[in-house]
Design a protein around this ligand. Structure first.
Ligand SMILES: [Zn+2]
Length: 123
């Protein structure tokens, strides 16, 4: 028996292509909501370290070749938006998480930090 059969389900290239094609049809705030349900399952904790898999944006500035801003995408506070995802817009809201001081961005003004889980108020 192949090793892949012993360690669990493994998707074929075609299955992963189909999944990627489905995800590419989503507006960014819906894509972020799908990944909110997925990425935390890949968090690893051991020896006092916790490593989270997060979604991030990287913004490059044409007039500053060395300047790249990286922010982590915060998950919309669905309770605040009555079960919704907040406005259907780009990840234009931004700020720092008050708890862990990570710079975050989101489509929503009320969101959760993807690193520490704290509620963030973005502008
Ligand atoms: Zn945080």
């Amino acid at each position: 028996m192949a090793l892949s059969r012993m360690v669990g389900p493994v998707a074929s290239d075609q299955e992963r292509d189909q999944l990627a094609a489905q995800l590419m049809t989503l507006p960014v705030h819906e894509l972020a909501d799908v990944l909110r349900r997925v990425l935390p399952h890949y968090t690893e904790e051991s020896n006092g370290l916790r490593t989270s898999l997060v979604l991030a944006t990287a913004t490059e500035y044409e007039d500053e070749p060395d300047g790249i801003d990286v922010t982590f995408v915060a998950w919309p506070d669905r309770d605040y938006y009555d079960g919704g995802l907040g406005p259907d817009q780009g990840l234009w809201e931004g700020g720092d998480c008050e708890q862990c001081h990570t710079e975050v961005s989101s489509n929503a003004k009320r969101a959760f930090c993807p690193v520490c889980g704290s509620r963030c108020e973005l502008t």
